[in-house]
Design a protein around this ligand. Structure first.
Ligand code: AKB
Length: 318
């Protein structure tokens, strides 16, 4: 049985991933950690450690105390917030990853690293973006993701650390909110549609990006760590996607459930420029071939589920 440490367990991915890992591997075998105390569900249903991953000794202490053999390293600043404080984004995103990789090397741990569609840039092919292609991002977030992919491959090749990763698209969930990304609109729109019947979007109506519903993202993170390493040609990191849509298309889908819903636009130039530099739709055939990746949800099934779950969470009757 694996002994897992989740770094950043209180975040958008971490809170749902921790719950699923505990179901699969047993509560006692999954240590949640975060800089701040997360929800009761995470902090009180299994082992929890307050952990600042910029402190390498602290990471090492937790790994050794719980005899961890697999680390899911999720702590990072996202794209939009990174542009507000590039130095902090570099220090947190690279510093924490380096600490995790060093501790993993010394303690024989496997590492999951979440890269992103943000690892691509304005001169990457926009449609059917290949697995192996030009990666010259122009955001600090993207730069840390490309450097992170390379660093993970380096630790694998040079020190034999079992590093694996995926390039996540925008992630949509009704459990925890994302914090400071460019794709956050695709979560906010459901909350605002249900609460106010109206949403003001900070991206232009036709801005197309890859997206994924959280249950598929959790499945991907677990499946890639379970995959047979001998079959992996790539490692850091695999393109994965589930759907690709624009604000106008998600709004149309929401209108099928909330007919009076209205979307308006007030463009944020910073987030628009980031979104314009990312692909329209990536090609995830390497992940499908090498470890059997296959998403379950598309825009229609995700919207039905989001509206059902979120209206019950917010106690809103449709
Ligand atoms: C962001 O928008 O920054 C993230 C991502 C796509 O990596 N959601």
């Amino acid at each position: 049985m694996k002994r897992i440490l989740v770094v950043g367990a209180g975040g958008q991915i971490g809170s749902e991933l921790t719950t699923e890992l505990r179901k699969r591997y047993g509560t006692e075998n999954v240590v949640a950690s975060d800089k701040r105390r997360p929800s009761e569900e995470i902090a009180e249903t299994g082992p929890f450690e307050l952990l600042d991953c910029t402190d390498r000794d602290a990471v090492k202490r937790v790994v050794q105390r719980y005899k961890v053999d697999t680390i899911y390293h999720l702590a990072a600043l996202l794209s939009a917030v990174g542009e507000k404080n590039p130095l902090l984004a570099w220090n947190v995103n690279m510093g924490c990853l380096l600490n995790v990789l060093e501790v993993a090397k010394e303690n024989n741990c496997a590492v999951f690293f979440p890269s992103s569609i943000g690892a691509f840039g304005p001169n990457t092919p926009k449609d059917n973006t290949p697995q192996d292609t030009i990666q010259r991002p122009n955001t600090i977030y993207g730069i840390t993701k490309v450097a992170g992919e390379l660093l993970c491959d380096y630790y694998h090749q040079k020190f034999g650390v079992d590093t694996r990763g995926v390039r996540f698209p925008g992630l949509i969930s009704y459990v925890a909110l994302p914090g400071g990304g460019t794709t956050d609109y695709a979560v906010e729109i459901y909350y605002e549609a249900l609460k106010h019947g109206k949403y003001t979007c900070y991206l232009k109506p036709d801005t197309r990006m890859d997206m994924m519903y959280m249950p598929d993202a959790i499945k991907a993170a677990i499946d890639i760590m379970e995959a047979d390493g001998r079959k992996l040609i790539h490692r850091n990191a695999f393109n994965i996607t589930a759907m690709s849509f624009s604000p106008v298309e998600i709004a149309q889908e929401i209108k099928k459930h909330i007919p009076d819903f209205v979307i308006e636009y007030d463009i944020d130039p910073v987030r628009q420029a980031i979104a314009d530099s990312w692909p329209n739709r990536i090609d995830d055939s390497a992940a499908r071939t090498e470890w059997g990746w296959e998403p379950e949800y598309d825009l229609e099934s995700m919207t039905t589920d989001m509206i059902e779950k979120l209206s019950s969470k917010l106690s809103i009757k449709l």
